[in-house]
Design a protein around this ligand. Structure first.
Ligand code: MCA
Ligand code: AMP
Length: 350
């Protein structure tokens, strides 16, 4: 299988996973999340990402379960399907839970009660692909009577960490290594560090991909000497071995609506627009989308940002298009002349 993923390079890379990788990724989840042929799930996510193709569709097929499809997301359509009473397993990204909460809150008291009754009968509800805000987890619990099971994964490794099927699911935590997956925290020199310190998540196991398609250098750079994949995600561990994600080691990767987006890819396109002298794309925290793609632009003349936006929408998919354009006199830089993206975020926020 080859899925494309955005990273710190300007163009997405093809992640090659072998049959053995897929076998490991799927069979681990079948056991950990207790899939059986009695299950009935729904896929509302794109099939070109692990979340949709492995966690939902492949697990359903492997278990002999049923998987329904809803080609494009709509909270109303989804609740209508819930009402049919067949589904018992549901997986989605935090943005979708946020949208479902908003929709539930718009219903009459009677309809709210009915939806709560229906959702409380599900066997399992999972969130992943981006950080699940504690407020969303808590609100969802009152609405559906489910403590969302949050897990952590990546295109290159499938799933690595998961909260328990049985036992407490800790808000803000992504859980423990799945069976067969080795997970550790390491410093910048790839030295393993004690759990309670902050470090990069590194992963090894039969679930880990074989190579980036035709990119031997990128492949080599992404593994340590002893064969661990360097995820770029920064985390810490509690005394019981549960992981908590703190962020990423690159400001050039944005997570919006569960999609991984390369800021560099968008900057490259923006720079070709007439009148733009310089630009910088960042992710700005947002309750609904996780992060919102925002662009800081430097231009001598005033720009019609509406026209710019229309043009950008023709160049790339909607989820990558900046949601806001901010004109700055110049971009903040450090002593080396490198744009300091954290300062750009602060300038945009204020
Ligand atoms: C769309 N819109 C946005 C964004 N995307 N606005 C802000 N930020 C965004 N990122 C706007 C559109 O422009 C449009 O507005 C309106 O929202 C509706 O757009 P549409 O495309 O119809 O959105 P949607 O269908 O409501 O999509 C929301 C979504 C989708 C369902 C949450 O983003 C989605 O499927 N996300 C999941 C992606 C995924 O599977 N990620 C997993 C990869 P207007 O009409 O004004 O233009 S990660 C993975 O696989 C790893 C291994 C893991 O751990 O799981
Ligand atoms: P992708 O490359 O699209 O597969 O996205 C993988 C990235 O999504 C990871 O490297 C993390 O940054 C992020 N991610 C996935 N699950 C979680 C989670 N539960 N909490 C925080 N970040 C997550």
């Amino acid at each position: 299988m080859m899925l494309y993923t955005s990273g710190t390079t300007n163009l997405p890379k093809g992640v090659v996973s072998t049959h053995a990788n897929l076998n490991a990724q799927i069979s681990t989840l079948i056991d950990a999340w207790r899939w059986s042929e009695k299950d009935y799930s729904i896929c509302i996510l794109p099939l070109h990402h692990i979340h949709g193709v492995i966690n939902i569709v492949s697990c359903s097929l492997w278990a002999g379960a049923t998987c329904q499809f809803l080609p494009s997301f709509s909270a109303e359509a989804l609740f209508d399907i819930f009402k049919e009473g067949k589904l018992n397993v549901f997986m989605a990204v935090p943005t979708i839970y946020y949208k479902l909460i908003t929709h539930w809150e718009s219903l009459s008291e009677e309809d709210q009660k009915e939806m709560t009754r229906i959702m409380s009968k599900f066997r399992l509800m999972i969130s992943g692909s981006a950080a699940l805000p504690v407020s969303v987890m808590e609100r969802w619990k009152t609405i559906s009577e489910h403590s969302l099971l949050e897990r952590y994964g990546m295109t290159e490794i499938g799933m690595a960490l998961s909260n328990p099927y049985d036992g407490p699911r800790v808000p803000g935590h992504v859980g423990y290594p799945l069976p067969g997956v080795q997970v550790r925290l390491a410093d910048e020199e790839d030295n393993v560090i004690p759990g309670t310190e902050i470090g990069e998540i590194q992963v090894k196991g039969p679930n880990v991909f074989s190579e980036y398609w035709q990119k031997p250098e990128s492949t080599a750079e992404s593994f340590t000497k002893d064969g661990f994949f360097k995820t770029g995600d920064i985390a810490t561990m509690d005394e019981l071995g549960g992981y908590r994600i703190l962020g990423r080691n690159s400001v050039d990767i944005i997570k919006s609506g569960g999609y991984k987006i390369s800021a560099l890819e968008i900057e490259e396109v923006l720079r070709t627009y007439p009148g733009i002298d310089d630009c910088c794309v960042v992710g700005v925290e947002n309750d609904e989308w996780g992060e919102l793609v925002s662009a800081a632009i430097v231009c001598k003349e005033d720009l019609d940002t509406k026209a710019l936006n229309t043009w950008m929408r023709e160049q790339m998919p909607a989820y990558k298009t900046p949601r806001a354009y901010h004109r700055l006199a110049e971009l903040p830089r450090n002593a080396m002349g490198k744009v300091t993206k954290k300062d750009v975020v602060n300038l945009i926020k204020n």
